[in-house]
Design a protein. Sequence first.
Lengths: 188, 390, 374
Amino acid sequence: MTTDETNGEAVEETPPDTFEGTLWPDVNRALSAVDVRPERGALDLIVHLPRKDVIRGLGMLKHDDELHFDYLRSLTAVDNEDEGVDVVYHLYSVSKNHNLTVKTTLANEDKVLETATTVWQAANWLEREVAEMFGVTFNGHPDPRPLLMPEDVDLSDVHPLLKSHPFAEIDVLQGEGLGHDRDAPGDV
Amino acid sequence: MSTEIFGIENVNVWVDGLIRVLLIVGFMTVVVMGLIYGERKILARFQQRLGPTRTGPMGLLQSVADALKLVGKEDLRPRNADPWTFELAPYLVFVPVFLGFVIVPFVLDWQIRILELGLLYFVAITGVNIVGWIMAGWGSDNRYAMIGGMRAAAQGISYELPLVLALVSVAMVVEVPLADGEVARGSLNLNEIVASQHEVPNIVWQPLVVVVFFIAGLAELNRTPFDIPVGESEVVGGPFVEYSGIRWSMFFLAEYAALLIMSLLFAAVFLGGWAWPAGIFTDEDWPRWAQALLVAGKASIFVFMVFWVRASVPRLRIDQLMGFSWKILLPLMLAQVMVNGLVLVYDWPEIILTVVGLIGIVALFAMVDRAVRQPRQRPASAAQLQSEAV
Amino acid sequence: MVVEAPSEFETQDLLINVGPQHPSTHGVFRMVLEIDGEVVKDLVPYIGYLHRGAEKLCENNDFRQGIGYMDRTEYLAAHNAELSYVMAVEALGEIEVPERAQWIRMILCELNRISSHFMFLGAFGIDVGVFGTPFIYAWRERETIIDLFEEISGDRMMYAYFRAGGLAWEVPANFENRVREVLASAQQGVKDFDGLLTENEIFIARTKGVGFISAEDAIEMGMSGPTIRASGVPLDIRKTEPYLFYDQLDFEPITANGGDVFDRYIVRLQEISQSIDLIGQCLERLQPGPITPERMPRMLRLPEGEAYIRTEAPRGEYGVYMVSKGGNKPHRLKVRSACLSNLQALKQMSVGQYVADAIIILGSIDIVLSEVDR
């Protein structure tokens, strides 16, 4: 386990975090044209960008000489139910060997975002998966087909990874009393 | 050849032919089943497995079991397959191969027929099975089959040439003793070719030709590394993908019968058949059973090498395969024919042939090595292309 | 009479469908090739045949039950998959892992890397056309490794042996000797493969110059693992962002600068030797000790937070992005699959090559569909 960065703990007694020792100063400089808010994650720095500036910001991060985030590690989304859907980008720089997490929040009624394929080709399939699993529309995506879902599912209203989509109902056919209680403590 | 068979004289020539044909059919079927079993066992041993062990003692009845299974299968035909092409294709593959057995010299004076143009007949008749492959590929109404059929045709035609030239270069220098004590050179009669080797087998005089014959033979048999028409991991089964049951087993049988013919031919033309090393010890020929064992042993060498290559070597791609035949094997064989001709015309000592042959083998390996290790033209990366286009 | 051939033949492109049932697609994968003669003009991959919703299922299972799902997303390198997951749980819960458990985890992950690369060598041999000989050699080596895994965790493939905080139970008493036996036989296996394939002219002719991808394109597509290292990029997470105790070991990422299929094969072959060496180094440093922290809660409840933990699985970067909002189940679990990112580049690598090459290129990326589809 890496032991360099300390985990930021949101305890009221400590002074406000100046994000020293992380990439924040450089990121702040690179993204000076947009509204950005930092946060500490367990391993990397997290920055929050508003929806309209996300792709622009990502482009700036990629082409900045000091930061040079040329590698998109992962592109995914998190469903926060009422607060909307967060789209999360994990960036890495091969030449400088540093990481950054970029997040943006989409309101539930308006899950539309520009595509990141203009910045990294790697975003292609990753965005297709987010689109079908969370119902996010990526404007300008070159190939907006479903990736993993079967062809006979109507994807206009079925988005499996949203919290509103239920888990499968499992019929217990035998031994009604044998199911285990999921909240009870289990063995090691 | 006398028209006596098993001591009965003056048998009607048609009856005589029929009896020989039936004997050969029976022999061939048994041997082919043995070859299939042998391949599975030998391949398994190369791969650290055991092969068939359960059906019969040591799995010997495996081929019989397979044959019974295939015979019992339903005879399917895809609905859109052309009925005549689809159903006649197995015959056009199997029958020419079987007809090739007519001239194979098993032992002295024992063949179905001795033909003066034996080698020519062999080459001509085995060329017909390419038509059968194309028919199978086309008639199956299946893209994979069509691709496989076309590949098979391209490969078969390309490798005919080195094969034929290999046989020609041997036939050119064969010594045939004439009645008046003179020696004529050149014969297509397989009996004479074998008889001429009673002291020295042809492999000594024509080492390069042996190597090329082996390679071209592998290609004609559609065997690894030339099995791209039946490339199992790509076009699964090739032109035979839609066949099942007896029709499929006829293709399979034809493949192994062709292997058998090639190996017997190899033994006859290059290793001296039933005449060598008998000619070293006595002036007369050995008894029939010894000759049969000799021929069987020599044919087994070829068969074993074919299996060995199958277990060890990857598959060539179609363009590499064609390039190899046209750019490497064909020029070498043309050169060999020319050298043979020079030796014939100017009556040079035959040791020149051996030396030239060995140099030729070295040249073959050198050419292949150079072609393989040549750095390939690297396509420009997408980023480069984009930056150039912009 | 001379017949003039038409100067341009009218040809038609052929659409062939490879898969999802096919001996060569390494699982249920489908690609539609548009070919002109033998040259591939276009390639469209279709995935999702093995999608089982692992990420959604993990949201309904607590932090111990999720380990089994991670096994099944990458069944050929299950230890590496479990490792990312338990490391994410430990990062969020700030759980300290005892040293002995870390070293054993490293040994098991490297052994899994060896067995996974042998699987690649075997399947690749079949793709190239050698009928089965490399496959059986590979299986012989894998069997020794899998037997060892069975002695340790009770399972040949889906181990569920790592736990948040350490290991499930102590390894058997003869662990070190068994590992050394396995290493000796793996060493011999590498020699066998090297002798069979590496210098074979036909193999070289089939694989050199085929399926080229440049370093810039590979980085742009987000590729990782031996596939990107074969293009010359020394991206090995064990070296660039060390986890466990990889910073104490002495090794360099293995790269090649050809970027073609042959280089990917060579990189993996050499990585087996490198892993054998790393395991040797780990065994020297292995000390007796506890394998779980002293006070482990029976039911893990993690505080709020998120972590993206990446480890170097045999196929590339296997990342686990875990979001926890308190409670005993993750709020979101995202598996960053190396094979999915590597597979995106398939079209780029294959267009302009022959059909037979497309199969080999697919084999050289070394995908396992359960990781692509989760």
